[in-house]
Design a protein around this ligand. Structure first.
Ligand code: AMP
Length: 218
């Protein structure tokens, strides 16, 4: 049983690590970005509402995001825990989540912060390619698919996210620094924070994350 959050700037590798960690711990990986993108693809009202914010690299309004996450946390599969990736992204969301989990007596076990230098983030994000179908993420240099432009997992087309284009990346980093970074102190004060450098080999980072998380809940 494990309830935890991944925090870190865009491009820290949250999505990649989240997939490995969720598999390891046998818990659902809940990515608000993926849920918004899936809604957008389906053309739901939620997706259409989120689109303008996402394309500009801004946060989708809290009311919309909080309701969506609370709804997701009512599904049966969270009984054994969950990994939240990309939520909360500001102090208001962190407060709403804390209150919601306190009410259900299912508080968080840990918050894992993945940290990476700004210069490296820009290199990672500008080369990132994402599967249109399943959201798997690749990099044109560091994590190439077997066949150019095609997803290894499902054969879907790999595209560059609108918000991975250079002008938007810079804005997303500002949004992270101004709105999301304060939640790191919030969780440090709660005694939940584990910070680690997220550079180097992907599998090595996963292994370090697993031991840090196991220690945290032991
Ligand atoms: P991500 O895939 O986590 O980088 O999220 C992509 C985009 O979805 C973000 O730039 C926001 O526009 C939106 N988004 C994802 N999570 C949140 C959140 N917790 N609060 C507000 N907007 C979010």
């Amino acid at each position: 049983l494990m309830r935890f959050i991944l925090v870190g700037p865009p491009g820290a590798g949250k999505g990649t690590q989240a997939v490995h960690l969720a598999t390891h711990f046998g818990i659902p990986h809940i990515s608000t970005g993926d849920i918004f993108r899936a809604n957008l693809k389906e053309g739901t009202p939620l997706g259409l509402k989120a689109k303008e914010y996402m394309d500009a690299g801004n946060l989708v309004p809290d009311e919309v995001t909080n309701e969506m996450v609370k709804d997701r946390l009512t599904h049966d599969d969270v009984a054994n825990g969950f990994l939240l990736d990309g939520y909360p992204r500001n102090v208001v969301q962190a407060g709403v989540l804390r209150a919601y989990l306190a009410e259900k007596s299912t508080p968080l076990d840990a918050v894992l912060e993945l940290s990476v230098e700004d210069s490296e983030i820009i290199a990672r994000l500008s080369g990132r390619r994402t599967c249109k179908e399943c959201s798997a993420s690749y990099h044109i240099q560091f994590n190439k698919p077997q066949v150019d432009g095609k997803c290894d997992k499902c054969g879907g087309e790999l595209i560059q996210r609108e918000d991975d284009k250079e002008a938007v990346i810079k804005h997303r980093l500002d949004v992270y620094a101004e709105q999301t970074a304060p939640i790191v102190s919030f969780y440090r004060e709660e005694g939940l924070l584990i910070s680690m450098a997220a550079t180097g080999d992907v599998d090595e980072i996963t292994q370090r994350a697993i031991s840090a998380l196991k220690t945290a809940v032991a």
